[in-house]
Ligand binder design. Sequence first.
Ligand code: BG6
Length: 496
Amino acid sequence: APQPCTLVIFGGGGDLTRRKLLPAIYNQALDGELPANFAVLGLAIEAMDDNQYRDFARKGIEEFSRQPLDPAYWKDFGRCLHYLHGSFDNPDVYVQLAQRLTEIEANFSIPGNRVFYLAIPPALIETCVCQLKAAGLVMPVDEHSPFSRIIVEKPIGRDLESARKVNATLSKNFHEQQIYRIDHYLGKETVQNILAMRFGNAIFEPLWNSKHIDHVQITVAEQEGVGTRAGYYDSAGALRDMIQNHILQLLTLIAMEPPWIMNADVIRDHRQDILNCLRPITPENFDHHVVRAQYGPGFHHGEDVPGYRREAGVAQDSITETYIALKLFIDNWRWAGVPFYIRTGKRMPKRASEIAIQFKSVPPILFNANHDQPLEPNVLALSIQPNEGLSLRIATKLPGAKLKIFPVKMDFRYGSTFGEQSPEAYERLLLDVMAGDATLFMRRDAVESSWAWVDNILNVWASSRTRWIPEYAAGTWGPLEADRLIESDNRKWRML
Ligand code: BG6
């Protein structure tokens, strides 16, 4: 269960805090999930006092919360929010932080447990972590001390070398058990359902291997463009932003062996095995495995939208990819020879993320005279968002005098089955940290192996002298090159 604690948010006045963290906390409080003794202390450079911070929080919650703000409840809830302003590199701020924490803990009867959330640009991680330690704010890991835990947001580094540096700084100051590297995809209800679906049913697991599966497709399509985040995104791109973390984690859940217990390290060991088996992409096979592209201008949801290079803050000659398609292989017994096709992009026609398992076709013997027309294969599609659910395509007989086969879908939707809205990823993940459960967080080895694999691709791009990148019109499903990538294997991207 979540333990009483104070949540200290570095970057407490920022966008992530306003859009995600404070609304998550509010919803947990409303649902009665938070520990009774709980408080928040936002820390940031903006000058605000506690009351102004509460107004800031209220606005964020009004705009972004899953459940509407209840003014009567707010009065009570607002009291647990506090604010301290100062610069993260100033040691005096940490002295004040320690004082504020002691006061808050006395007022809210919190036994000294602290969660430090780093919702800050990566360049500041080292400063904050070292200052926390220097100020004596990191407790040792033992049953007698209150806990100190730290949550680190992505990106952790921009390649293997820089990720190792961040991890080394973290490890010098915190024990691995105290470190929670957040990947919000792992907190999504439908993503957690992957394990329930695979291991809670008798009918999938026996078929879950190269003997029966033809290929897997993972799509994470976003409707939005780069928005106001060019400062970060233009030096990152889709590979670093989405594949290195979220999508490789989805892949590990789909591909991992059954764990023998629901325990953080056992599950993470099993996920790690998959990362260890990813076949490296090499300069020799690169063109058959990787396609990148950037959105150009287009007509998107009723308006003309600019191309990526014309977005605010983007370099005019940028070749940052806003789309990437990949083919990859997992070299172990279960997945030998099964291609995984992955694509993710911004400014796609709609927001739609799914994982589709396409089974092998049955032999084309029974249902047509020439024995040449294969039937539509079975597909199990896990829809991650927005229309969360799961569907299975099966062959049935079309009613009528002839024996004609027709594919139909068996469909489960969270919304219609369970009625209520699922909690947001950040809600679940924050509670897990308070409960000390790291199952849904990235361990150091996972972050580094993912970067090691991604670095192979980054290196090929870095070594190419071309300043050219294929374009796709905003509002379309990516470049022709990506269609060729899959069609040259006689397969097709799914229509979403
Ligand atoms: C973030 C990326 O990690 O995930 C963003 O930095 C992306 O670029 C976002 O838009 C997608 O998250 P979600 O939950 O909206 O699918």
